[in-house]
Write a protein that binds this ligand. Structure first.
Ligand SMILES: Cc1ncc(COP(=O)(O)O)c(C=O)c1O
Length: 402
């Protein structure tokens, strides 16, 4: 019995990494690459958070903490839920992990038995199906429609439910579509799930990056019954520009939290003690609000510029994003054409490769996001780069010929 486990073989390699690695290499060679590939805010972590980490070091907070995180951080997170989402969680319902990705993996590990299904609305963040497969579960895709703003409807959800459905994944705001569900839309999904025993994994990592009117609504707010079966996933990575610090968390019922904590205690133990203290201060310090608002405003301005410039490009379409920092660009009209440089544009991956090679613009092809006719463009870059990058993209798209 030799070789790699079936579980590991089921995980797909990432196409996006190839493009971003190539773009990085070209940049390092001094080429004027503009990358729309970023998956993280381009801001520094605010100074007050860095100072908090320095303080933690000076105070010797350098030892193991409880596996599920320090009580002080869990209380700060519980306060955040109360303030932002009117959700009450006891600290024993919160588990702090090494980023939201790890929190998601823990949640699937705690809930999914072999062969059980997890419903994932497509387009999706490419990691979800891989995590489900790693837990021996089966991803079931609901192909959402552009005319519905890429949001799963109650009818679509109803038709995807089977007696093997263990959980439904909701990512709001959504990476890669930028879609934000309204309260009414989430209520209609909650109604479908109310009299079932299906869990909801609600990934709310982009919660603070919405540009529409109206308060952010978490599906866990719908009723006690729905809250009890919802695992909310969130973290500081995108909110406070802390991607490298690796702090994310789940909030769930106490039984699920206990299972998650137990898994974590044997796999990674506690998340980094210094980062935990910094995350606690990120939430509690009064400077947090003003940082959030200024980052959100900057992203909103860039979002509008993206939309304005993309609208000027003939032959491509896009969905106006309402949250996160991505735009999905529909490139169906480019497929089947030949680029000015002679590349055959037969797939989003080919388009992205040719765009990088010929115009030094990096974009993410969305085959692995369940959207093979789209590119994902991130606006976590400066306005100058957005303008220059989309100028080059326009030349590329408008000179391609059939
Ligand atoms: C939708 C979504 N969820 C979770 C994560 C992971 O966040 P973290 O860096 O905290 O692991 C990302 C990161 O790109 C994301 O886009």
């Amino acid at each position: 019995m030799t070789g790699i486990a079936q579980r590991a073989k089921r995980v797909s390699p990432s196409l996006t990494l190839e493009i971003t690695a190539k773009a990085k290499k070209m940049k390092a060679e001094g080429k004027p690459v503009i990358s729309f590939g970023a998956g993280e805010p381009d801001f520094n972590t605010p100074e007050y958070i860095v100072k908090a980490a320095e303080h933690a070091l000076e105070e010797g907070m350098t030892k193991y903490t409880p596996a599920s995180g320090t009580d002080a951080l869990k209380q700060a997170i519980a306060l955040k839920f109360k303030k932002d989402n009117t959700l009450e969680y006891d600290s024993k319902c919160i588990v702090v992990s090494n980023g939201a990705k790890h929190a998601l993996y823990n949640a699937f590990s705690a809930l999914v038995n072999p062969g059980e299904e997890v419903i994932i609305p497509a387009p999706f963040w490419l990691t979800y199906p891989e995590l489900v497969k790693l837990c021996d579960g089966v991803p079931v895709y609901v192909h959402t429609k552009a005319e519905n703003g890429f949001k799963m409807t109650a009818d679509e959800l109803k038709s995807a439910l089977t007696n093997k459905t263990k959980a439904v994944l909701i990512n709001n705001p959504c990476n890669p579509t930028g879609a934000v569900y309204t309260r009414a839309e989430l209520e209609s999904l909650a109604k479908v799930l109310e009299n079932t025993d299906v869990y909801i994994i609600s990934d709310e990592i982009y919660e603070k990056l919405t540009y529409t009117d109206g308060e952010y609504y978490s599906i866990a707010q719908y009723s006690e019954n729905i809250k009890d079966r919802t695992v909310v996933v969130n973290g500081v990575s995108k909110t406070y520009s802390m991607t490298g610090w690796r702090i994310g968390y789940t909030a769930s019922n106490a039984e699920v939290a206990k299972a998650i904590s137990s898994i974590q205690s044997h796999t990674t133990s506690n998340p980094n003690s210094i980062a935990q203290y910094a995350a606690q201060e990120a939430y509690l310090h009064s400077e947090g609000e003003s940082f959030l608002e200024s980052m959100r405003k900057t992203f909103d301005e860039r979002r509008k510029l993206m939309a304005e410039k993309l609208a000027e490009i003939k032959g491509v379409d896009f969905i106006y994003p309402e949250g996160a920092f991505y735009v999905m660009v529909h490139i169906k009209n480019l497929l089947g054409k030949t680029s000015e440089g002679g590349a055959e544009l037969n797939s989003a991956y080919n388009v992205a490769t040719a765009l990088l090679g010929e115009k030094m613009v990096a974009a993410i092809p969305c085959e692995s996001f369940g959207a093979p006719e789209y590119l994902r463009l991130s606006y976590a870059i400066s306005k100058e780069d957005i303008a220059e990058g989309l100028k080059r993209f326009k030349e590329f798209a408008e000179t391609a010929k059939r």
